[in-house]
Design a protein around this ligand. Structure first.
Ligand SMILES: [Zn+2]
Length: 110
């Protein structure tokens, strides 16, 4: 093997090595991204398990109550009332005045 061939061979290995290193870097970054996504999903699930149906004020359990298709979550301790998105609008926009009064009495437990 002469100097020219040796130099071409070195260049080939160098280029090949560069491609392998680049592929390894991309694969490593892909695994890292997958782990971050998995971790994020696990964290969201952990938070959900920790806080789902718990009162944001006192931390006690929330219990779902239903009346005429309106659902509220009421704290079993402090009696705080929580609405899902859209439920409050439904109560005020779609019900008649007497139905609203009935719902208000139900919410106030009177
Ligand atoms: Zn509470």
């Amino acid at each position: 093997m002469d100097e020219f061939d040796k130099s071409r061979e070195d260049a080939w290995f160098k280029e090949n090595e560069k491609q392998l290193l680049e592929a390894a870097k991309l694969a490593r970054e892909k695994r890292e991204k997958e782990r971050a996504q998995k971790e994020k999903a696990e964290e969201l699930e952990r938070l959900k398990q920790l806080h789902h149906m718990k009162c944001p004020k006192c931390g006690h359990d929330l219990k779902t109550e239903d009346r005429d298709g309106i659902e509220v979550d009421r704290c079993t301790f402090c009696e705080g009332i929580f609405f899902d998105a859209g439920e409050l609008e439904e109560m005020f926009l779609k019900k008649s005045a007497s139905e609203r009064r009935g719902i208000a009495r139900w919410l106030l437990k009177i």
